[in-house]
Design a protein around this ligand. Structure first.
Ligand SMILES: Cc1cc2nc3c(=O)[nH]c(=O)nc-3n(C[C@H](O)[C@H](O)[C@H](O)COP(=O)(O)OP(=O)(O)OC[C@H]3O[C@@H](n4cnc5c(N)ncnc54)[C@H](O)[C@@H]3O)c2cc1C
Length: 464
């Protein structure tokens, strides 16, 4: 059959399976139907719920402003699909084009989209992780549990890890009037995502809101009482804190284990794919019937030196899902690249934090507007003499302008004049990112160091 003939048949009566029924999976399904895919669509999701939104879980839901079951993602159009919810995919046979499910079923596909996202990294010591009161926050059920704990008025909450999720949880605790300690092994909150200069502002913000913030320390152990409830945490500096709720916010693990023996280029950093969202196999050869989108994907971006980016960003999941869905049912010439400008937002301690670009790539930072001390500013990030990212604290209206600067590879330090420029914004300073070999908790963009001039990437298939 000709390529055109195959595509026509695929679009009319083909079988598409989406594994991972959350934000990226839903948006892909909608796009497939909107673009005329009339075949069989099967949505496989291991959670029992229909797709819901995660950002409110650490914000409005913890504050009790929105019930967790009111976070269902709005549908942009009806999706005619068979929903296999509460069913985990456990294996993939690339040659047979078949997805295996935990319940023993197998589903055949012509095209597969993988959107299995990430999960919260648990506390590494199992016995301690099992103590009553030790929580994580990734799912709706996690949010319900944590909300109940906070509502019950614990004596003190300990948050381990001051990335975005940990910091937002601490913020919600303070807003509820709860005493909270935050332990971060890096030098400041958000340091992995935004660097040390902005991290210092985040630290000030936390302390000003009454957080007992402890940086440069690790939690070395959690202790329970005789009833198995968490009671105390011990730190690497010899101190301890009494706490009856401990939230482990140590970042995320990619949901790729089910692909271990599949032959796909999938591992702890995610599933490698090209800019058209086609997955690579372990040999680095691109597949033509397996696509990837969302938090689980890592793909090269020409604006950022063709580095493979893993992004835990809501907007990226939507955009990549739309591109993947379009490409799954399009001829090569009509396929589109996923060239989304990374962007992220967070609300914490009354401040609206937004970023565009890839701050962790930067070596320098300059405050182009406003002031760090006032916690209201715009900072541009530079790498090798060009603008690579920008972060605003309560100044989001300027971000579009900086986005264009990044797209145009504008010189850094910026040559334009700005309103409200202060003396501190005259010279760039080191951005203060920690050594990447010592990851801090919760960066939301990771680079895996691959570019046409950098051949360090390697895949290690699992040995029997
Ligand atoms: C608390 C919280 C707050 C956030 N706040 C923000 C924010 O303020 N701004 C922002 O930009 N982003 C935020 N994010 C990130 C954003 O929610 C994610 O980028 C987005 O959810 C990614 O969507 P996804 O569909 O790729 O992955 P996910 O939402 O992780 O969905 C993946 C789905 O696949 C399922 N799955 C996994 N393995 C299997 C399997 N083997 N078989 C079947 N199903 C499987 C998972 O259970 C899950 O349902 C936040 C995330 C969290 C958790």
């Amino acid at each position: 059959m000709s390529v055109d003939g195959y595509l026509e048949t695929l679009r009319r009566e083909g079988r598409i399976v989406v594994v991972g029924a959350s934000l990226a999976g839903l948006r892909a399904a909608e796009t497939l139907r909107a673009e005329g895919f009339a075949g069989t669509l099967t949505m496989v999701g291991d959670e029992p719920h229909e797709p819901y939104d995660r950002p409110p879980l650490s914000k409005q839901v913890l504050l009790g402003k929105v019930p967790a079951d009111h976070t269902v993602l709005p549908r942009r159009r009806p999706v005619d699909a068979e929903w296999r919810l509460g069913a985990a995919a456990t294996g993939l046979d690339l040659a047979a084009k078949q997805v295996r499910l935990a319940d023993g079923d197998a589903i055949d596909y012509d095209r597969l989209l993988i959107t299995t996202g990430v999960r919260a990294r648990p506390w590494p010591r199992e016995l301690e992780a099992d103590l009553d009161g030790v929580c994580v926050l990734r799912t709706r059920d996690d949010a319900i549990r944590l909300h109940h704990r906070l509502k019950a008025g614990p004596r003190r909450v300990l948050v381990i890890g001051a990335g975005f999720t940990g910091s937002e949880i601490a913020s919600a605790c303070r807003e509820r009037g709860l005493p909270v300690t935050v332990a971060e092994r890096g030098p400041a909150p958000l340091v992995g995502a935004l660097g040390g200069v902005v991290g210092e502002v985040a630290a000030e913000l936390q302390r000003a809101h009454g957080v007992d913030l402890r940086c440069g320390v690790q939690v070395t152990g959690l202790e329970g009482d005789s009833a198995g409830r968490v009671r105390q945490a011990h730190f690497s500096d010899g101190t301890a804190v009494e706490s009856d709720v401990v939230v482990v916010a140590l970042g995320a693990t990619r949901n790729t284990e089910w692909l271990a023996d599949s032959g796909l280029g999938a591992g702890p950093r995610g599933i490698a794919c090209d800019a058209g969202c086609r997955a690579f196999d372990v040999r680095g050869i691109v597949t033509d019937d397996v696509f990837v989108a969302g938090d689980v994907a890592r793909s090269p971006h020409p604006l950022f030196g063709y580095q493979f980016l893993s992004l835990e960003h809501w907007g990226n999941a939507v955009s990549q899902a739309e591109v993947a869905a379009h490409n799954m049912i399009s001829a090569s010439a009509d396929r589109r690249p996923h060239l989304w400008m990374p962007s992220f937002w967070s609300a914490q301690f009354g401040v609206n934090i937004k970023s565009v670009g890839v701050p962790p790539m930067a070596d320098q930072i300059i405050v182009t507007q406003g002031s760090l001390a006032e916690q209201r500013f715009t900072a541009a990030y530079g790498y090798q003499g060009r603008v690579i990212a920008a972060v605003t604290f309560d100044q989001a209206k300027w971000l579009d302008f900086y986005e264009r600067q990044i797209e145009q590879a504008a010189p850094f330090p910026p040559e334009f004049t700005t309103v409200d420029r202060r003396p501190e914004g005259l010279q760039p300073v080191p951005a203060g990112f920690p050594d990447p070999s010592l990851p801090s908790h919760g960066p939301t963009v990771t680079l895996s160091g691959h570019s046409p001039t950098d051949r360090r990437v390697s895949f290690t298939p699992r040995r029997a």
